[in-house]
Write a protein that binds this ligand. Sequence first.
Ligand SMILES: [Zn+2]
Length: 175
Amino acid sequence: MFKEERKESMFNWQMLGDIKAGRPNLCSTMDVSVYRLMQFTLRDILIKEFGVEAANKIFYQAGKKAGQELYKNAITPKKNFNEFIVELQELLKNLKIGILRVEKTDMEGLNFTLTVAEDLDCSGLPVCDEEICTYDEGFIDGLLSEHTGKKFIVKEVDCWCSGDRVCRFVVKPAE
Ligand SMILES: [Zn+2]
């Protein structure tokens, strides 16, 4: 699983295991601080070892993989964008990832603006003048690219950490 060297991603959904069987008493929930502890220590060490740019690239790519796999394993494929968003909103709320809203949809130009409130990654963090949700940028990229079959670049423009109360993501088609 993790001892095999690889040039391509080898992730598959089965790696997440049978959580019901494995945690009959503790079940599938845990504290948000544990998720953040894991993510932020990992990011901290990635920055120390490889620098900010490489760490961000890894986080974006990992988030993208997560978005693609979540789409393939938890979303019913549908052609209509609005129906896809409705299902995605419900899923992200049920998984307690955040509350998704769509502010702008331009299907022709493939430009979108999305917000996530109560975001799992950053809501409540100290304000530091940074947009920190790089994993979420990739995550949204993965979800949208799976749905549309197109390539995107996703950039967070507002974040709890930059002083906003929601995270705002601008989605543009990749050149
Ligand atoms: Zn954010």
